[in-house]
Design a protein around this ligand. Structure first.
Ligand SMILES: Cc1cc2nc3c(=O)[nH]c(=O)nc-3n(C[C@H](O)[C@H](O)[C@H](O)COP(=O)(O)O)c2cc1C
Length: 169
């Protein structure tokens, strides 16, 4: 009981930011659910490139496989948070270019990090490895979701487990 109270008090005083990029909405949906469970601030990375349609899909795949950076806009200061939870769609079996750029630009500001990704089928683990290298930090927890889990109810248990892991980290 005393221990539970202590964990709860520590969690409540912890400032958390959930930050993600989303091209078609899946990572946004997951990010908002995670933020709700963690009582966190939310920031969506704005990417200045037009990535819509089939051409945008192809450009994005090429950018990711060449480890290219993107031109992005963000406004929250990551250094003001105890924990930053970073979410990306998987592109070409790795991290998306906007999130690659975010991690590189902010690597000196992070105290504690966690990662989540949404994907069609596979590549999440490889994306997390890249994210760890880019940020120079081991994540406190990671979460892989497929598209269905990201947008529907079926991901609920996994998301809750991830949030609980972070609350007690
Ligand atoms: C350029 C591109 C490359 C992708 N590559 C992969 C991949 O390697 N593995 C995978 O499982 N899904 C891949 N996907 C599917 C996305 O990861 C998946 O649809 C994700 O949920 C999209 O998130 P969003 O809606 O937040 O943009 C790719 C999607 C795009 C646009």
């Amino acid at each position: 009981m005393v221990y539970k109270k202590l964990v709860l008090r520590t969690f409540l005083s912890m400032k958390t930011l959930v930050v993600y990029y989303s091209r078609t909405g899946n990572t946004r949906k997951a990010g908002k659910k995670i933020a709700g469970m963690l009582n966190a601030d939310v920031e969506e990375i704005v990417d200045l490139k037009d990535r819509s349609g089939i051409l945008g899909y192809m450009l994005s795949g090429r950018d990711a496989s060449l480890n290219r950076q993107a031109e992005i806009k963000t406004s929250f200061d990551a250094s003001l948070y105890d924990l930053v939870v970073v979410g990306t769609p998987v592109w070409a079996f790795t991290v998306s270019s906007p999130v690659r750029t975010y991690l590189l630009q902010n690597k000196d500001k992070f105290r504690e990090l966690a990662f989540f990704c949404t994907q069609g089928g596979s590549g999440g683990k490889r994306a997390f490895k890249a994210m760890e290298q880019l940020s120079g930090k081991k994540p406190a927890a990671v979460l892989e979701l497929n598209e269905k889990e990201a947008v529907g109810e079926s991901g609920g248990i996994k998301i809750k487990k991830f949030a609980d892991e972070l609350k007690s980290a």
